[in-house]
Design a binder for this molecule. Structure first.
Ligand code: NOJ
Length: 535
């Protein structure tokens, strides 16, 4: 590998770049039906490009009955009419590329909709040529489900089909039947679907629940979880040792990777894997010789308690666990998690923005976090998420993270001329893109500055990382490369803190608190993070 001033100049776009997740239902509606669509996303591409990100990951827009809002795919090679047409998709892809933005689709290989023609055919009889494309098992001797596996959305993961007298497996809703990746024809069909979109020019995929796609042969019971408490949701009644993360998954991933690499000279089309496993397992998804997925999502910034020492020790453990050739990544929010500003409050959400955008590794930023959308409380009649509807009141619902983007001060914040499918956050009249663009103190202005600095200084994206301090609420680290050196110091709490001694040798460039930088450079204000450059 060539190196220039400590910077590896062979880095690929997805290593230096930042990914922005678009949840299509909630980005921009162009036809007044209250649900976002592809034409709407195209109309708002300039916002994404101006923000300074490099790629869009688009949550599913395939034909779907929408039982799980698109994660129940009924045709892997089309566009749902709710979102537009395949021509709209091609136009969006071309418009993104014109602006230098890459576009990743959301590939959902673990399960299809129960209305997918494959499943309709599969369930029609034992003799169906597609019977084995899904997971069918005889009832247990007592007539109950074949084993104790629970659905991630609560209840048994097995649904009885009276017509053929067998159960089918669904790790999520019963409307999301798990596909059988041990069947070679099914595999071929799924690789064809990937090819369909790669041929159209997409830059890669985010792959849904990748660690789920292969189950243990023989479907043995999962071990019962000794720490289960009903407040966790029924998913946690058992430990998913046999229903997920089987060794055979890695051969399939290697095949997906070989397919992606066969396009555009290799390593241009990127695979991002959704993998929710402990660190030692997570890193195995980089694959042998780093020929698995390019980026197995790292959700630690979403899941970890907000403590300097814990975060710092995870960063160290993560860096140490990365196999040769593996590139790190960090995720701060998603359509499945509580909004960062709701979890941490606005002031710490600004600190978190600096953390996300100054750590070594590809950042993924979720739409709406750049304007700091916070807690949204829904009335029971406004709940749409099947996760919440199935196990209400446990705080598992995902609607609050999925409310529409707020663009300006016009009705419905410019999101729709109709009735939005979910309500907007209550402070949208002031918390919107147009208002924040004019305000140098806004969250949006902070994100834009951070992204501009990151783009302008490779040390911040692809440079090396070294820990400086993790004491109390202070987290500090260095990023070096290309002849430059940056110090990042974050105050993760609400009390003033002393700056580390070495800060004397660095000149502050940006604080998360807008305004003149304080004359006293030895202290951090409450909830402040400062990025400085070596003098
Ligand atoms: C993960 C997705 O992000 C989530 O939204 C979905 O419900 C499940 N996978 C099932 O596809």
């Amino acid at each position: 590998m060539e190196a220039a001033g400590g910077i590896d100049v062979t880095k690929r776009w997805w290593e230096a770049g930042c990914v922005y997740q678009v949840y299509p239902r909630s980005f921009q509606d162009s036809n007044g039906d209250g649900v976002g669509d592809l034409v709407g996303i195209r109309q708002r591409l300039d916002h994404i490009a101006d923000l300074g990100v490099d790629a869009i990951w688009l949550s599913p827009m395939f034909p779907s009955p929408m039982a799980d809002f698109g994660y129940d795919v009924a045709d892997y090679c089309g566009v749902d009419p709710l979102f537009g047409t395949i021509e709209d998709f091609d136009a969006l892809l071309a418009a993104a590329h014109e602006r230098g933005l890459r576009l990743l689709l959301d590939f959902v290989p673990n399960h299809s909709s129960d209305r997918h023609p494959w499943f309709v055919e599969s369930r029609s009889s034992h003799a169906s040529p597609k019977r084995d494309w899904y997971i069918w098992r005889d009832p247990a001797p007592d007539g109950g489900p074949p084993n104790n596996w629970t659905s991630d959305f609560g209840g048994s993961a097995w649904e009885y089909d009276p017509a053929t007298g067998q159960y089918y497996y669904h790790a999520f809703l019963k409307e999301q039947a798990d596909l059988n990746w041990r069947n070679p024809e099914l595999r071929r069909a799924m690789f064809d679907a990937m090819r369909f979109w790669l041929d159209r020019g997409v830059d890669g995929f985010r792959i849904d629940v990748l660690w789920h796609i292969v189950k243990a042969e023989g479907f043995p019971d999962n071990p019962v979880n000794p720490d289960y408490h009903p407040s966790m949701g029924e998913k946690f009644m058992v430990l998913q040792l046999n229903s997920t993360d089987q060794p055979e998954v890695h051969d399939l991933i290697a095949e997906m990777r070989a397919l992606a690499d066969s396009y555009g000279g290799g390593d241009e089309r990127v695979l991002v894997g959704e993998v929710c496993l402990p660190l030692s397992k997570l890193v195995t998804y980089y694959g042998a010789q780093a020929k698995g997925v390019h980026l197995p999502f790292n959700f630690e910034l979403i899941e970890a308690p907000w403590h300097a020492r814990g975060i710092a020790s995870f960063i160290d453990a993560y860096e140490a666990a990365l196999p040769p050739g593996a590139w790190p990544n960090w995720v701060l929010g998603s359509h499945d998690a509580r909004r960062v500003a709701a979890r941490l409050g606005e002031a710490q959400a600004r600190v978190a923005a600096m953390l996300l955008l100054t750590l070594r590794g590809t950042p993924t930023l979720y739409q709406g976090d750049e304007i700091g959308i916070g807690e949204v409380v829904l009335r029971p009649d406004q709940v749409r998420d099947p996760r919440e509807l199935r196990e209400p009141g446990l705080g598992l619902g995902r609607d609050p993270a999925r409310t529409p983007m707020a663009w300006d001060g016009s009705p419905n914040a410019g999101f729709t001329t109709g009735t939005p499918w979910l309500p907007l956050h209550p402070d949208w009249p002031t918390r919107n893109v147009a208002a924040q663009r004019e305000d140098p103190a806004s969250m949006l202005s902070l994100y834009r500055r951070l992204l501009r600095l990151r783009r302008g200084h490779p040390a911040l994206s692809i440079g090396s990382y070294a820990s400086v301090e993790a004491e109390g609420d202070v987290l500090a680290y260095l990023r070096r490369g290309g002849g430059e050196e940056f110090l990042v110091v974050l105050n993760l709490g609400g009390e003033p803190q002393a700056m580390p001694e070495i800060a004397r040798d660095y000149a502050p460039l940006l604080s998360t608190i807008h305004g003149d930088l304080p004359a006293d450079r030895t202290r951090l204000r409450p909830n402040e993070a400062i990025l400085s450059i070596r003098r």
